[in-house]
Ligand binder design. Sequence first.
Ligand SMILES: [Zn+2]
Ligand SMILES: [Zn+2]
Length: 816
Amino acid sequence: MSGTARRYDPSEIEPRWVARWEEEGLYRAVGDGSRPKFYALDMFPYPSGDLHMGHAEAFSGGDAIARFRWMQGYDVLHPIGWDAFGLPAENAAIKRGIHPKEWTYANIDQQRRSFKRMGMSFDWSRQFNTCDPEYYRWTQWLFLKLYERGLAYRKLAPANWCPKDQTVLANEQVVNGACERCGTPVVRRDLVQWFFKTTEYAQRLLDDMDQLQWPERVLTLQRNWIGRSEGAEVRFEIAETGDEVPVFTTRPDTLWGVTFFVFAAEHPLVPKLAEVGGTWEEARALIERLQATPLTNREQAESREGVRLGVHAVNPVNREEVPCFVAPYVLMEYGTGAVMGVPAHDQRDFEFARAHGLPVRVVIRPPGGVLDPAEMVEAWAGEGVMVNSGPFDGTPSPEGIPRIAAWLEEKGVGRPAVTYRLRDWLISRQRYWGAPIPIVHCEACGEVPVPEEDLPVLLPEDVDFQPGGESPLARHPTWKHVACPRCRRDATRDVDTMDTFVDSSWYFFRYCSPHEEDRAFDPEAVRYWMPVDQYTGGVEHAVLHLLYARFFTKALHDMGLVPFVEPFTRLMNQGQVIYGGAAMSKSKGNIVEPMPIVERWGADTMRLTMLFAGPFEDDIDWKLIAPDPDRPPPVYHFLNRLWRVVCDAAGSDAPEPEALVRLRHRTVRVVTADYERYRFNTAISRTMELTNEIRRTLDAGGGARETAAVLVQLLAPMAPFIAEELWRAVLGKEGSVHTSSWPTFDPELAKEERATLVVQVDGKVRDRIEVDADADEETCRALAEASENARRAIGDRRVVKVVVRPPRLVNLVTAA
Ligand SMILES: [Zn+2]
Ligand SMILES: [Zn+2]
């Protein structure tokens, strides 16, 4: 056995290849149509510090896919940039007493160095960050395009306000009533805000999901967030004033059970109705109190407070007059801002009715039971049979829903209707570190868009950016004062900035032609590279970024700017990296940083550890993998073994035994399929088996040069440094392993070995058949059922059960 003097030394190998790859310009996307294209995209990072373990995991997976496609012969676009505006950078800068710009650019430099040290196969010529004027100029341009089409608009609306971050939030940024970022319970505030009309695309956002190869859980989260529900719009009339008030209900089958009617506090009819009903004093007190000390969203939903308005709503199905209330549990922005109260069949209505002594009328009889309103302790919201419901008595409630909707339409008091849970996207932020909204407010002309040739509206740097309830830009002495672009009179700029999710809703278009000076992107380049073939990132973006990016793409499609309607064909979510069963956090003191591990044991060890830990979408508990920070993660030992095995194989000219050749072909077949399905962990297991087999072969005096080279190729996308060093320096190959052709397999040689399939009838052996060792259940079953010997043994009896254990056993069980 020929040994080698060199030992595996990642701290020497890895920095050397980083420099060499950069010199050779290895990862430039070409875009000339000579090869099929592949757009591999990783969700771009926030530069709020150095790379963390989540980045190390996500980018190890994304990079493995990109490199795999390179080797398969694709022209790969694998870009990187920075999502550089937004609260994390701004808050961190405030804490450190420096400017967000300084903090952001320093972090970008740090992350760029770390990505390079990790050996990511990015096309560095395409990098940009969203806080550069060359980028946000086009974010502002896209705002204007949406504005032109009526998809960006301003209105006074109750908004989710985070008291800690001192800004409004989109609905998508409120999780269980609290700020998604800092966890502070959100309160409601009435503010004039900019919105993007995502609701206009609600149905298409649902319908186009058919085109997406995404994890089912992400599709389900989006579907639920959009929340389509079918029901009816019903028009109630106010008896005392004749005003018509529409309500939306998903349960028109419960209309005969209405015993009261409720308005949201912001409903425009409330002051008038309370005036007529003689209860304005009391109603106003409630409304003003809610405005002065806003309830959190949850408190609002749970409130059973309410004030009688002294007027009555007429139920159109039976002309019954029921009392009207104003109450905080009804929200203006859902449905129509008014609801019909059906206490017997809606829990919140039930609690409200009990609190205010209102009647409970049962109109749905649950299966196998009769409800007594006096005895009920909760509403029955399920299905049943309609009772006390006039012409619909005896109708099963699910059937009643569409029939009543149609009946309402016939009678001219309602119609079938669909609503969505999705709200328009609130994009104004009262914070500094974002793209200014390119609108000027003029007393004479109203809202005036900044002309395209005047973009970008630059974010001034000399601003006191401490959050203070209004936008810091409003406090700048001169910035907001401009001449109206239309009439040239004195006017003021909009002082809010855009939600950072606006920046990230279109960055994947920019990568296709990142240096365009005169437009957001080159439509030809976008047509060439898009849609993204493989998108990698965290599942926490299921309804934030991914929904917004889909909305933007559809809007751009409708403007004729892009030819497709979905931006990301395939999506891969990585799991979280946790420590000791819990999320890593400063307060728990359990944060592990990736870069010190990379420096000490190598980037290949870091990457392979991430990919070997389990299925890519599962969480990784770092404590289980590397409990002792002074000892390397276990794959480090595998890489050392690989190193020695390949060095030894390179030094031997002995012929390769057939068994090794067969295992090589089988491994290529299975590992290729594993990459296609992102089964990195099983791919690594297979290469470990092949490594062991090469060792055995060499020890027995056989050769393994060719198989060792294939082994190196199979690992190259996941452990790029050691693979390159073994390929070029040890095996003496020309060119980079990363531009070598992905190994192919001979299907004959790749077949598993043969196995003997034993066919039993009622437990007795009746036949033995030679099969492929990888024969599946169906094949084994079919072979057993076709066996002459087995059929003879079965005779007239009937087979009632078949036990299959491929590839070794089939037992046909017959009825006596
Ligand atoms: Zn917050
Ligand atoms: Zn004007």
